[in-house]
Design a protein around this ligand. Sequence first.
Ligand code: PAF
Length: 286
Amino acid sequence: MYLFKRVDQLREFLNGARTNNRTVGFVPTMGALHDGHLSLIKRSLAENQVTVASIFVNPTQFNEASDLDKYPRTPGKDLEKLAKVGCTVAFLPEVSDMYPEDLDTSLSIDFSPLDETMEGQERPGHFAGVAQVVKRLLDIVTPEYLYMGQKDFQQQLIVRDMTRQLSINTTVVTVPTVRETDGLAMSSRNVRLTDDHRQRATVLHQTLLSAKEKLAAGESPSAIENWAMQALQIPGFRPEYFTIVNADTLTPLPDTEDLPKRIVACTAVWASEVRLIDNMLLRGQL
Ligand code: PAF
């Protein structure tokens, strides 16, 4: 596996590697890699000749300094995992090279209505930061395919919308969420859960599964949302939202029989100090 820490080194390598119709797949990460990330890398490896994985804890997408400080950083272990699955290139840039003082990396894109609910509402500025870093990374890597996890459902929609609005010639591929055997969605934050909270964190997946059954049985989305907020209120847990929306626009569902083809339920729950998110398509496919 090649390891690059500088933008110009990576660019030089990719210029040489991109010959004979070889395609480049790209997986942006913030490190603390788990099997969810590795499933993105494996998918890219299966579909491209060159796979680049970046590890960069992007300061511009954290709206709380304490969350940025607490974000787990395990570069040594991450590189071992990437090498083990056969990733072609690991890219670990410095903040100064990602955001050089003499380069304007700011973006002003209107993502509405996609950024008006859920994470967009709870974490002001978060998606502007995500869009900024993904755009900068796409400018550097110029991949044919970009692999994003379903786990961050709203994020993958916003990144898709960004590539559309800026006419970026990269196809976004969304890869299904990887779960622990008890259903908990894999996340870098899971390591911060106490043993007790880790056991009870299955409540997110269970509530999403029940919501899917309830919608199929004809219960109204708003009744299911209210039920779910109660179901998630177990000792030590505090649900922030449980929202059932159109999976393409993230807008509320009509109060009629005429439901859209793709419906997603998204939730954010605090387990003490740890914020967990998860989602499930209640109708339609990824
Ligand atoms: O999902 C993440 O880990 C981050 O938001 C991303 C896409 C790597 C951008 O920093």
